[in-house]
Ligand binder design. Structure first.
Ligand code: ADP
Ligand code: MG
Length: 267
């Protein structure tokens, strides 16, 4: 199998791009004409109601669903890359980690290094795994079997596996869904520091306040289409969010930072 190692891209480069993306699953049009760039040095938050197509968009960026339109990775159409070349360029944390064998946490995270075996980067494996285990705060249960972990612990292991791959593009599908407040902030701070180092991070979030606080760009998906795309202060407005979520939403500027603070209207 062809295995061209990636060149590191400069900050502000489009590392992935979808243009007029359409995805049909089970006879239904799930994504309809989505155009979106993913740039290095940025955290891109994907938000939107359940079933809007967020996971499908991440799957399309990975080449894991049949698509029409254009999906590019490192400036080339996805089908120019072999599986292992894609694995060297992007790491993904899926919404539901399916691991049915009794592997330990350490083994699962180390598996992320498989694409690099036999390359110059092979020697980084131990250090990459150790760092990822620490960053995701899973060191204390590294020898436990995955299936014995709680939902939040499993999510952090999946995150560690994605981090250990050290790809310049990191795709995270609801990494914070099962996490407590402290670990949620950890994950988003991690995303920010990866972006500061010049990586590109795409993160699916339900918590709009996390998107407001940590994302450079926010893409709002609604019924398979892109309803808005831009910086949080531009995109996260009460009229747009109320319409997309079909629930009245209030937005205020944070008194210290000016970032949007978002709450559903109650009562
Ligand atoms: P999100 O991640 O935004 O919640 P998804 O991308 O997972 O949404 O799903 C978008 C829509 O596509 C949902 O309505 C879901 O039920 C539907 N869908 C996903 N996979 C399939 C499939 N294999 N066959 C039919 N419909 C699907
Ligand atoms: Mg999803």
């Amino acid at each position: 199998m062809r295995r061209r190692p990636p060149n590191r891209l400069g900050t502000g480069t489009t590392i992935a791009q979808v243009r007029d993306l359409r995805v049909t699953l089970g006879g239904a049009l799930i994504l309809d004409g989505v155009t979106l760039p993913v740039r290095t040095g940025e955290v891109l938050a994907l938000v939107g109601p359940n079933g809007a197509g967020k996971s499908t968009l991440l799957n399309a960026l990975c080449g894991d669903v049949p698509w029409q339109g254009e999906v590019c990775l490192y400036g080339e159409p996805l089908d120019h890359w072999s599986q292992v070349e894609m694995a060297m360029r992007r790491a993904v944390m899926l919404q539901q980690a399916m691991i049915s064998f009794p592997f330990t946490v350490g083994h699962i995270v180390a598996m992320g290094r498989a694409p690099w075996i036999g390359t110059e980067a092979e020697e980084q494996a131990d250090e990459a795994v150790r760092t990822a285990l620490t960053l995701a705060d899973v060191v204390s249960f590294v020898d436990r079997v995955f299936s014995s972990l709680s939902g939040g612990e499993r999510a952090r292991v999946s995150l560690a596996r994605a981090l250990a791959q050290r790809t310049q593009l990191l795709l995270l599908d609801e990494p914070t869904a099962a996490l407590d407040l402290h670990h949620q902030e950890d994950v988003l701070q991690l995303a920010r520091s990866r972006a500061a180092e010049g990586d590109a991070v795409v993160v699916v979030l339900h918590d709009l306040n996390l998107a407001a606080g940590y994302a450079d760009q926010v893409a709002v998906l609604s019924r398979g289409a892109l309803a808005a795309y831009g910086p949080p202060r531009v995109v996260l407005t009460a009229p747009l969010l109320s319409k997309v979520y079909q629930h009245d939403v209030e937005v205020w500027p944070h008194p210290a930072t000016g970032e949007p603070v978002i709450l559903p209207k109650r009562g």
